[in-house]
Design a protein around this ligand. Structure first.
Ligand code: ADP
Ligand code: MG
Length: 723
C-alpha cells in the first residue's frame, strides 16, 4: 500500500499527516489542533504582505521594499571559511542596488549573472549606494513576467511551533483534504450572494469562490482580491448558517407553539390609555401597536422592547399587561432584583389603584405564610398581575397565564428563557432592556426576536450634564455636590466594587454584576462610604447600598433614600437597574474605568428622572491612559444610548453582556460582528428569503447546508424536529 492510497479525511489525526508525527502532534494538540480538519480550518490570524516592487529612487532607509531587476555583477568577495562574503548588483531602469550575503557561499550558485530576480528586505545606504543585507531573493522566470512575492499567512502559534512549521503543517492538511470538502453553498446561491454583497457595496472583485478555492486562498491567497473573495465567502457562509438557523427558529416558534390570542381593541385601548396621566410619545404608541398586533395572534409574542432609561418602557409593559387582564388572563412581571420588583409593584399599585385589577408581589422577604398565600391566589386566579423576581417565579402555577414581561433582560442571559406554561399554552413574552443593543447583536444573539425601540424621550425629562473629572477638580466637584444637597437635592455616589470580605447574602435575589475583585487599585464601596460619611459629607445623612445586603436591608436603605431621610446614597451598580428618585440630581462615579459606556450611561440616567437638571461627574482611579480618557470622552459628547453602545462595542468588543458565553450562541470562527456587519445584513436577508421559500430546507440542494446548520445550531436553538 502506497502512502497516497491512505485517504485523508477531516478526522484524520494530525500525526498521520506528512511531516508531523507524534511529537509535533502533541504540541499542536495544546492549541486544540488535533485533526487534519482542525489544521485546515485554523485560519490565519493575519497576513504578511510583501512590499510592492519599488523604484531605486523611492527607497527609504529602514523601510522594507522589493525591487525587480537583473543581476549585473556577482562575485564571492571573500572565501575565508566562516567569514565568506557574497555580493551582487541588481539593476533595473531606475538604478542599481547591491545585495550582500555573509557566510552563504552557496548563493553564488543561484544568483548568477543576467538572472532576473526580485529581492525584498530593508535597504541601507552604504556610502552613496543602497545595500540589502540578506534580502529575500526570488528567481524570476526568463519570460520577463514579474512574479509577485506571496502573501504569507500568519497563524496563531503555540510554544515550540514556529510560523514556518505551522505553514508547512497546514499545507499538509490542504493537500490531502481540500478537494474532499463538501460544498454547502450551491453555485446559484453563491452567485446570488455575490450580487447582493456587491449591491451592499462590499468590495468584492471576484465572485464568491467554491469551498475548496476559498479554503486554499484563505491560507495562501494569490493577491488581495483573492483573499477578499475567500474571506468573504467563509464569513458569509458562517453568518448564513447562523441566520438560517435563526430564521427557522423564528418560524418554528410561530408554528409549534400555541398561545391564547389577546388582541387589542378600540375599547380596551381607550380604557387602558386613559389611565396614563400623560400624552404617550409617538414611539410608545408605535410600540403598543406592535404589542397589540403580536398578542392578537395564536402563537406567542416574542418581542424585545429596548429603550434608554426613562424612555417609558414600563408604560408599554403596563399596556400589554392590561390587555391580558382585559381578556381575563393573568400577567406576570419579572424583575432582576427585589428592589426593582418592589418598585414595579408600587408603580402598578399606584396606577391601578381605582381598578379591580388584583396585584401580587412575590419576593424573598415574604414570610413563608405570605408566600404560600400569594402562590395559592396565583393558582386560583385571585391575582391578576403578579410581580416578582425571576428566581421565585420559576415553575410556579398560574390559573391562566397570558403574558410574561421580563424587565432588564440583559441581567439574565438571553437564552435562558423562562418556561412558564399554563393550561398547555405558552404565554406571550415581552422583554424590556435598557441596554441598547448594537445592530449586529440585534441581528445575531437576538436574531429570533422581534425588536421595538423607544428612541424618543417623554417630554419634560431633565437633561443630564456629564463631566469627565480630572483629579485636580475633585475638591471643586464636592463643593458643588454639597451646594446641591444644601438646596434640598439628593446625591448618588457609585463605586465599582464591594470589598472582598463582605459576606455573601443568603438572599434569593440575583446579585447584580458588581465587582468583588480583591485588587486594591479601586476603593470598595464600603471604604468610600466610610470616608465620605466621616469626612467630606459628614454633615449629611449617608446611606450604603450593595448587592451583599439582605433584601430587608436593601429595601430599608432604598426607602430611606426615596423618602428623603438620607441625602446621599453610596452604592454599587445595584442602582443601575431602575431606581427612580426624581429628587436625586447629582451623581459621582468613581473608578469609572471599570465600567462600560452603556453601563455608565444607564447610571447617569438615574439623575434625569425629575424636573431638575442632572449633573454627573465621572472620575477614574489610578493612572489614566489616553485611550481610557478618549473612551470616557464619548460619554461627555453624546446622550444617545445607542451611539454609546455601538462605541462600546467597537472599543471593548461584545463583552460579557453580548459575548458568546452569556448568549449561549457558539463562537464564530471567522466572522467578526463589528467589522462584518454588512455581510451579516446580506446573510440575514438571503436566509429569510430562503426560509420563506423552503421553510424546512427540504430541497435536496440544501442537504449539506442543512446538515451543517443542525450540527452547529440544532441543539442550541432547539430546532430538533426540523431535520
Ligand atoms: P423606563 O422603564 O424606560 O426606564 P419608565 O417607563 O419607568 O421608563 O418611565 C420613566 C418615567 O417617565 C416614569 O416616571 C413614567 O411615569 C414617565 N413617563 C413615561 N412615559 C411618559 C410620557 N409619555 N410622558 C410623560 N411621562 C412619561
Ligand atoms: Mg424601567
Amino acid at each position: 500500500m502506497t502512502e497516497n492510497s491512505i485517504e485523508t479525511t477531516l478526522g484524520t489525526p494530525a500525526k498521520f499527516l506528512p511531516g508531523i508525527g507524534s511529537l509535533r502532534a502533541e504540541k499542536l494538540a495544546k492549541i486544540g489542533l488535533r485533526t487534519a480538519g482542525d489544521l485546515l480550518f485554523c485560519f490565519p490570524r493575519s497576513y504578511e504582505f510583501p512590499a510592492p516592487p519599488a523604484r531605486v529612487d523611492q527607497l527609504r532607509e529602514g523601510q522594507s521594499a522589493s525591487l525587480v531587476g537583473t543581476i549585473v555583477d556577482a562575485e564571492i568577495v571573500s572565501r575565508t571559511p566562516g567569514k565568506s562574503i557574497f555580493g551582487a548588483v541588481v539593476q533595473n531602469d531606475s538604478g542599481a542596488v547591491r545585495i550582500v550575503f555573509f557566510n552563504q557561499p552557496f548563493r553564488a550558485e543561484q544568483i548568477t549573472f543576467d538572472r532576473r530576480v526580485m529581492i525584498s528586505g530593508e535597504p541601507k545606504l552604504n556610502g552613496l549606494r543602497w545595500e540589502f543585507v540578506h534580502p529575500k531573493v526570488t528567481l524570476l522566470e526568463d519570460d520577463g513576467e514579474i512574479k509577485k512575492p506571496r502573501i504569507l499567512p500568519i497563524y496563531p502559534l503555540t510554544e515550540g511551533v514556529k510560523q514556518n512549521e505551522m505553514r508547512h503543517y497546514v499545507n499538509a492538511a490542504i493537500d490531502g483534504l481540500c478537494e474532499t470538502l463538501t460544498e454547502v453553498l450551491p453555485v446559484d446561491l453563491r452567485d446570488q450572494a455575490t450580487a447582493a454583497l456587491r449591491a451592499a457595496e462590499i468590495d468584492l472583485r471576484l465572485p464568491l469562490p467554491d469551498i475548496c478555492t476559498a479554503v486554499r486562498s484563505i491560507h495562501w491567497p494569490a493577491d488581495q482580491n483573492d483573499l477578499a473573495a475567500a474571506r468573504t465567502r467563509l464569513v458569509f457562509q458562517e453568518l448564513l448558517v447562523m441566520q438560517l438557523a435563526l430564521a427557522m427558529r423564528r418560524r418554528k416558534l410561530t408554528t409549534d407553539l400555541r398561545s391564547t390570542p389577546l388582541p387589542a381593541s378600540a375599547m380596551l385601548d381607550a380604557r387602558i390609555i386613559n389611565r396614563f396621566p400623560f400624552e404617550l410619545t409617538g414611539d410608545q404608541k408605535a410600540a403598543m401597536k406592535d404589542v397589540g398586533r403580536d398578542m392578537g395572534r395564536q402563537f406567542p409574542m416574542n418581542r424585545l422592547l429596548q429603550g434608554d432609561v426613562g424612555s417609558g418602557k414600563t408604560v408599554v409593559a403596563i399596556y400589554a399587561m392590561m390587555l391580558a387582564v382585559g381578556h381575563s388572563h393573568q400577567a406576570v412581571l419579572m424583575a432582576p432584583t427585589e428592589v426593582l420588583a418592589r418598585q414595579h409593584f408600587q408603580t402598578l399599585t399606584r396606577m391601578l389603584a381605582d381598578s379591580r385589577v388584583r396585584i401580587g408581589l412575590l419576593c424573598g422577604s415574604l414570610t413563608a405564610a405570605e408566600r404560600r398565600e400569594t402562590l395559592r391566589k396565583t393558582a386560583s386566579g385571585e391575582i391578576d398581575l403578579l410581580v416578582g423576581t425571576q428566581a421565585l417565579l420559576y415553575g410556579i402555577e398560574f390559573k391562566n397565564l397570558g403574558l410574561c414581561v421580563i424587565d432588564e433582560q440583559h441581567k439574565f442571559g438571553v437564552r435562558q428563557r423562562v418556561q412558564l406554561r399554563s393550561g398547555g399554552v405558552d404565554p406571550h413574552y415581552l422583554v424590556m432592556s435598557a441596554t441598547p443593543i448594537p445592530r449586529s447583536v440585534a441581528m445575531t444573539i437576538f436574531g429570533d426576536v422581534d425588536l421595538t425601540t423607544l428612541r424618543e424621550k417623554p417630554p419634560g425629562r431633565g437633561s443630564v450634564n456629564t463631566y469627565l473629572g480630572r483629579d485636580e477638580w475633585r475638591d471643586r466637584w464636592w463643593t458643588f455636590v454639597k451646594k446641591q444637597l444644601d438646596e434640598g437635592r439628593q446625591a448618588f455616589i457609585v463605586a465599582p466594587r464591594v470589598s472582598a470580605q463582605a459576606s455573601p447574602t443568603q438572599d434569593d435575589v440575583e446579585v447584580p454584576d458588581e465587582d468583588s475583585a480583591t485588587d486594591e487599585d479601586v476603593s470598595s464601596v464600603e471604604t468610600v462610604y466610610e470616608e465620605l460619611r466621616t469626612g467630606t459629607l459628614a454633615k449629611y445623612q449617608v446611606g450604603l447600598l450593595h448587592g451583599r445586603l439582605s433584601s430587608d436591608e436593601k429595601r430599608a436603605v432604598m426607602e430611606a433614600f426615596a423618602d428623603g431621610e438620607t441625602d446621599v446614597l453610596v452604592s454599587t451598580t445595584v442602582i443601575e437597574v431602575g431606581i427612580d428618585v426624581p429628587n436625586a440630581t447629582v451623581m459621582t462615579i468613581l473608578g469609572a474605568q471599570r465600567f462600560g459606556l452603556a453601563q455608565l450611561h444607564q447610571l447617569r440616567g438615574r439623575v434625569s428622572r425629575g424636573t431638575h437638571a442632572g449633573h454627573v461627574c465621572v472620575f477614574t482611579d489610578g493612572e489614566q491612559s489616553p485611550e481610557e480618557f478618549e473612551r470616557l470622552k464619548v460619554l461627555e459628547s453624546t446622550s444617545d444610548g445607542f451611539e454609546l453602545a455601538e462605541a462600546d462595542f467597537k472599543m471593548r468588543g461584545p463583552g460579557d453582556v453580548f459575548g458568546s458565553r452569556q448568549s449561549g450562541m457558539p463562537p464564530l470562527r471567522i466572522a467578526d460582528l463589528m467589522n462584518d456587519i454588512d455581510v451579516l445584513q446580506v446573510a440575514r436577508e438571503i436566509a429569510q428569503q430562503t426560509i420563506d421559500e423552503d421553510p424546512e430546507l427540504s430541497d435536496p440542494k440544501w442537504d449539506a447546508l442543512k446538515k451543517q446548520l443542525m450540527r452547529r445550531y440544532g441543539k442550541r436553538l432547539d430546532l430538533g424536529d426540523v431535520a
